[in-house]
Ligand binder design. Structure first.
Ligand code: AMP
Ligand code: MG
Length: 273
């Protein structure tokens, strides 16, 4: 299965028309080959486990994964399925909800910067500073003159992270409005999913087109060579998992990590009885 991750990468200067991209799509994979794709994802996740072990053992690189999507877009499912084998030591999920009063008393990057990965860590952002140019824009929580400037801040913030040794990977899980309807309906219908139902999601759903415009601007304004966005067709969960696993493994392999050198005298070491 030849998989070209550049298919999903947003290059600086790309014009993004989300309505021209099919969330149902399965680039490089025959949609009837789901079983083979799932086997491949399991293999990749095994490799991801090894690479994360190496990341933690070496303690040199930092990895930040940003997940953004509409409600019911699959952020939680991605975390569960792509990262199910990694070692909880060295991996952390930071979820960004509606800011607290204390958070609102500070600039919007304050709460975010505190959560970025340290040496050897892999941190997954379930929502992120991008909410401050998405929900905040669509729901009119700050004036346009304020959110417009944030694209520049965000590019500079991520450049800082990259310059200081962080690998930054950003995924937009692209689902359709119809798929969202089905997933929200499932949250109503299935008792074990009821807890996920949030009536607020319906308010955001009414503004679907505004969100798509806001996402398109985010993708155009903030995808850089060193902190790229990947647009993942995400209606089919198995495909979403495969694509993100491929990109994760590819990015971690590129770090060419090695285990730290053994102590010079290790050959002479003996363990007493
Ligand atoms: P969930 O991720 O489903 O638990 O929902 C979290 C909610 O918090 C979503 O409706 C987000 O849009 C909202 N949220 C996250 N960050 C912000 C922010 N900076 N300003 C306003 N709302 C936010
Ligand atoms: Mg929710």
């Amino acid at each position: 299965m030849a998989f070209d991750i550049d298919t999903f990468r947003v290059a600086p200067g790309d014009k993004i028309r989300l309505d021209k991209r099919d969330p149902q799509d399965t680039p490089h994979v025959d949609p009837d080959d789901r079983a083979a794709a799932e086997t491949r994802t399991l293999e990749l996740n095994g490799r991801l486990e090894e690479l994360q072990e190496l990341l933690w053992a070496q303690g040199k690189h930092r990895v930040l994964v940003v997940l953004q999507a509409m409600d019911a877009g699959g952020k939680d499912g991605t975390i569960k399925h792509v990262f199910e084998h990694v070692n909880p030591s060295g991996v952390r999920v930071a979820a960004f909800k509606k800011p607290s009063d204390d958070e609102l008393r500070h600039d919007y990057l304050w709460r975010v910067h505190k959560e970025v990965p340290g040496d050897g860590e892999l941190v997954i952002f379930n929502r992120s500073h991008y909410e401050d140019v998405l929900v905040v824009r669509v729901m009119d929580l700050v004036p346009k003159s304020t959110w417009k400037k944030r694209f520049g801040h965000i590019r500079a913030f991520e450049e800082l992270l990259v310059d200081e040794g962080t690998t930054v990977l950003k995924f937009f899980l692209h689902t359709s409005k119809e798929e969202q309807r089905e997933r929200l309906q499932e949250r109503l219908d299935r008792p074990e999913k009821n807890w996920k139902f949030d009536a607020g999601d319906l308010v955001h759903r009414e503004k679907w087109d505004d969100y798509m415009d806001a996402f398109a601007d985010v993708l155009e304004e903030t995808s850089t060579v060193d902190a790229p966005w990947f647009i993942i067709p995400a209606n089919r969960k198995w495909y979403r998992n495969l694509a993100i696993s491929e990109i994760m493994v590819n990015a971690l392999e590129a770090l060419e990590m090695t285990y730290p050198p053994a102590p010079a005298d290790i050959a002479e070491m003996t363990i007493s009885d």
